[in-house]
Design a protein around this ligand. Structure first.
Ligand code: KG4
Ligand code: ZN
Length: 387
């Protein structure tokens, strides 16, 4: 069974095709992936602009699908007659995405249905204008190619991003605790089974990735700030720069719940940098020290709360997903849990940030519970929750 995954929830336009073998003891193989990151387009604005994201997704989806089909040898180039009734219906499905209609019609009139059995698209959470582009595109494909389409939760995608090619997808040690850390989310989820999730904790204000991005801005670093903070913190460690007076808070470290708070940490950096600027002391070394101290503070609270959750729910597997797990300090800290007989599942670097491979896998997992249909009525849900 071949599945095409489509992801447009934020600033990556991504497509991937997987093949799932043996439905009784299933495992997947990646046939191909394509991704276009919009970081360069959003950089001048210091963050993701939803309207710009929407325009870029609409511009890139068709060329990306074309190159993915070529790459996977699934492209069947031939003239296809599109009836006026079909044209009307496609225009209706793509009504929100005017720029996409012409190029879509041109594409499907020259490429016939590929050997794909199911489509999976992110329906939320994310930026709604961005989500709609992927949803409309997926629905139009589902309609012309008569392929069932599965709406998929982006956060479930981050959970399954730790699954590896060839691994038996049925044998998994539940319950597991999932820590989802990205630019928009910081959540602790109890994973009782595939599709059975319970949100046990979350941030009360900023997401951890958002805090990385905001602190980076305070230090005069470009967007996205996470990798920049990481880079400076690494230098601080290598150069053995001591923090001296610079100490940041560890918000909610000792509370007995599983919630987080990162806004206070960011505000602490704001006051600190303002004071240092007044005294003309915000030099390069001080920036490196702040980056390192911030990284340590964030790591400490993420680690402590996750460990508490593992203990309280008797879980011996931790799954970590989302862009922030690209951070080496956080990866290394969680890897320490292996010594305590905890299975630590962290995605490969390419699977940490948003991608469509995780959407194709999540779509497959969901299809074991719910049957997908042709051209379903899907709505973008910016705040879609795991359930
Ligand atoms: O999952 P993701 O690609 O997109 C969302 O769904 O939000 O996560 C993006 C976030 C950004 O906030 C970015 O700064 C952060 O992940 N990030 C990092 C690192 N690389 C990316 N944060 C800390 N350290 C990193 N190395
Ligand atoms: Zn994400």
């Amino acid at each position: 069974m071949k599945i095409l995954g489509i992801e447009t929830s934020c600033d990556e336009t991504a497509l991937a095709i997987i093949e799932v073998e043996n439905q009784d003891e299933p495992s997947f193989k990646t046939l191909g992936t394509v991704i276009h990151s919009q970081i360069e387009e959003h950089k001048p604005f210091g963050g993701v602009m939803p309207i710009l994201a929407k325009r870029e997704h609409a511009r890139n989806l068709v060329p990306l699908l074309n190159s993915l089909l070529e790459k996977t040898d699934l492209k069947r180039e031939e003239a296809v007659e599109i009836s006026s009734e079909q044209k009307t219906k496609i225009t209706e499905i793509l009504a929100r995405e005017n720029d996409l209609v012409g190029v879509f019609l041109q594409f499907i009139s020259t490429v016939s249905k590929p050997d794909i059995d199911m489509l999976a698209v992110t329906s939320g959470p994310g930026l709604e204008p961005a989500l709609w582009v992927g949803i409309s595109f997926a629905k139009a494909l589902s309609y012309v190619w008569n392929i069932p389409l599965m709406p998929t939760n982006h956060m479930e995608g981050h959970i399954v991003s730790v699954l590896k090619e060839g691994q038996n997808l049925r044998n998994f040690a539940f319950p597991a605790v999932a820590l989802l850390i990205s630019g928009g989310h910081t959540e602790l989820v109890l994973v009782k089974n595939w599709g059975e999730y319970e949100l046990i904790g979350q941030t009360r204000d900023d997401a951890v990735g958002e805090a990385f991005d905001k602190v980076a801005r305070l230090l005069g670093l470009p967007y996205p700030g996470g990798p920049e903070i990481s880079r400076l913190a690494k230098i601080a460690r290598e150069e053995n720069l001591t923090s001296g007076e610079i100490k940041l808070p560890r918000p909610m470290l000792h509370t007995k719940d599983f919630d987080f708070s990162f806004a206070g940490l960011k505000t602490a950096v704001l006051y600190l940098t303002e004071d240092l600027k007044k005294e003309n002391k915000l030099d390069d070394n001080t920036r490196k020290i702040i980056a390192r101290e911030f990284e340590d503070a964030a790591t400490e609270v993420l680690f402590k709360k996750t460990k508490l959750a593992l203990e309280q729910f008797g879980a011996s597997t931790i799954i970590i997903g989302g862009g922030v797990i690209a951070n080496a300090t956080i990866r290394n800290k969680f890897a320490e849990l292996e010594k305590e007989n905890i299975t630590v599942l962290i995605p490969e670097m390419s699977a940490t940030t948003d991608n469509a491979l995780m959407i194709a896998i999540a779509g497959y997992m969901k299809s074991r519970r719910i049957l997908p249909v042709i051209c379903p009525d899907i709505k973008a849900e910016g705040n879609l929750r795991l359930s």
